[in-house]
Design a binder for this molecule. Structure first.
Ligand code: NAD
Ligand code: RM4
Length: 266
C-alpha cells in the first residue's frame, strides 16, 4: 500500500487532524504528556488507563480544556480480553485507529536476589506482552482500514544499557525495541510504520521514590550533559513527530531522547 503524503496538514501545527490515537498508560507521566500533545495537534485520543488509576479523568479534563477530544478507556494492557474490548470501543466511538502509542509500563525497583518469578512475569506482562497485544489489535484495524498507520513504542535507554535494580525491566525494553524492528518489516507493506522512542531518565512517578535520595539525584543529574533529568514534555513532541506525516519515511527506527546521557562515557 502506498501511503499518501498528508499535505493539507503540513506545517499547520495540527498535523494530526482527523486522526485517532490510542495512548496506553496515558493517565500520568509520559503517556499523559503524549496524549495532551497528540490532542493539541488535532487527534482524537483514547486515554487508556488501568482500572485502579482514576487520574485519567484529570488528563481528559486537561485535553478538553485545550479544545481537544478524548475518551478514557480502562484496560490492563497485559490482559488479552481487556485489550480486545478497548480496541472494539475505539472502533465504535471513533471509527478506527491511526496511531498507537505503546507507553504503559512498570518498573518496581528491586534487588536481583529479591526478584520473584511473579514480579518478573508482571513486568514482562505489562511492558512487553502489552505492546504485543495492543500492536496486533491496532495493526489489524489499520490493515483493514487501508490508510496506513503509526505504531510508536516507548522503549528506553534501558534497551541499550543495564540497570542494577531493573534486571526484570531492561529485557522488556530491549524486547519492545526489537518488536518494533520486526513489525516495521511486517507492517511496512500496509503503510504502517513502527518506531521506538528511547527516553533517558524522565522524572515521573515510576522513579520518584528513587530520586528522593538527594545523592542519587545529584549523581544522575551530573551524568546528563544538558544538566537536568528529563520531563514528560521532552518526549511528547518526539512522539507527535513520529505520529505525523513529517515522519512518513521513518520506519524501524529509534530516537534516543536522553539529554546526551548515553554518549557521556569518557
Ligand atoms: P508512570 O508511572 O508515570 O506512568 C506509567 C503509566 O502506565 C501510568 O499511567 C500507569 O497507570 C500505566 N500503567 C501501568 N500498568 C498498566 C497496565 N497494566 N495497563 C495499562 N496501563 C498501565 O511512568 P512513566 O515514566 O511515565 O512511564 C511511561 C513509559 O515510559 C513506561 O513504559 C516506561 O518504561 C517508559 N520509560 C520511562 C522512563 C523514565 O525515566 N520515566 C525512561 C524510559 C522509559
Ligand atoms: C527507564 C530508565 C530510567 C528509570 C526508569 C524507571 O527506562 O531506566 O532511568 O528511571 O526506567
Amino acid at each position: 500500500m502506498q501511503e499518501q503524503p498528508d499535505a493539507a496538514n503540513a506545517g499547520t501545527g495540527r498535523r494530526l487532524a482527523n486522526k485517532v490515537a490510542v495512548v496506553t498508560g496515558a493517565s500520568r507521566g509520559i503517556g499523559r504528556a503524549i496524549a495532551l500533545r497528540l490532542a493539541a495537534e488535532g487527534a482524537r485520543v483514547v486515554v487508556n488507563h488501568p482500572a485502579e488509576d482514576e487520574v485519567a479523568e484529570s488528563t481528559l479534563a486537561d485535553i478538553r480544556s485545550q479544545g481537544g477530544q478524548a475518551l478514557a478507556v480502562s484496560a490492563d494492557v497485559s490482559d488479552a480480553n481487556q485489550v480486545a474490548a478497548m480496541f472494539a470501543t475505539t472502533g465504535e466511538m471513533y471509527g478506527g485507529v491511526d496511531i498507537l502509542v505503546n507507553n504503559a509500563g512498570i518498573c518496581p525497583f528491586v534487588e536481583w536476589f529479591d526478584l520473584t518469578e511473579a514480579l518478573w512475569d508482571r513486568v514482562h506482562g505489562v511492558n512487553l506482552k502489552g505492546a504485543f497485544l495492543c500492536s496486533q489489535h491496532a495493526s489489524r484495524l489499520m490493515r483493514d482500514q487501508g490508510r496506513g498507520g503509526r505504531i510508536i513504542s516507548i522503549s528506553s535507554i534501558s534497551a541499550l544499557v543495564g540497570g542494577s535494580f531493573q534486571t526484570h525491566y531492561t529485557p522488556t525494553k530491549a524486547g519492545v525495541r526489537s518488536l518494533m524492528q520486526s513489525l516495521a518489516i511486517v507492517l511496512g507493506p500496509y503503510g504502517i510504520t513502527c518506531n521506538s522512542i528511547l527516553p533517558g531518565t524522565i522524572l515521573t512517578d515510576i522513579n520518584r521514590a528513587h530520586y528522593e535520595d538527594p545523592a542519587t539525584m545529584k549523581r544522575d543529574t551530573g551524568r546528563v550533559p544538558l544538566g537536568r533529568l528529563g520531563q514528560p514534555d521532552d518526549i511528547a513532541g518526539v512522539a507527535a513527530f513520529l505520529a505525523s506525516d513529517d515522519a512518513r519515511y521513518v520506519n524501524g527506527a529509534e530516537i534516543l531522547v536522553d539529554g546526551g546521557l548515553f554518549v557521556n562515557l569518557q
